[in-house]
Unconditional design. Structure first.
Length: 142
């Protein structure tokens, strides 16, 4: 049985926000799936929600900031033992300064240090892509 038929497929949209060669990351709360891991801010899409609407909502809820959602940097799928995650990483520009709204830690991390943090396995492909030097501005935002 596939993840879709079992209802275990989660569609997640995450923001890749870059300033001065530093990437915005937040830490997943303890007690949640992959608690204590660093991640790119964002979250699960709600039924009928577009990727843009999801990121706008999640960034407002998590970091108290508006966001301009740009083009997709990477789309990938990862199978965890209990769920399958379809991840869409979108370039984003913040319309203000982010403030952690849920008590989570937040950091601006140099690209060169991304690989030193503990990220979920599903994020590894993006970490490698960013570490290779792909820029926020390599192509135009949508």
């Amino acid at each position: 049985m596939t993840a879709e038929r079992e209802g275990r497929l989660l569609v997640v949209v995450a923001a890749v926000v870059e300033r001065a060669d530093r990437i915005l990351v937040t830490e997943r709360p303890s007690g949640t799936h992959l608690g204590g891991y660093w991640e790119f801010p964002g979250g699960k899409t709600e039924p009928g929600e577009t990727h843009q609407q999801c990121l706008e909502r999640e960034m407002r809820e998590e970091l108290g900031v508006v966001v301009v959602v740009g083009g997709e940097l990477l789309s990938t799928r990862f199978d965890y033992p209990d769920r399958t995650v379809e991840l869409h990483f979108r370039r984003c520009v913040l319309g203000g300064e982010p403030t952690p709204m849920l008590g989570q830690r937040m950091r601006w991390v140099p690209r060169s240090e991304l690989g030193t943090l503990r990220f979920p396995p599903a994020d590894r492909e993006l970490i490698n892509l960013l570490a290779s030097g792909v820029s926020q501005h390599d192509d135009d935002a949508e």
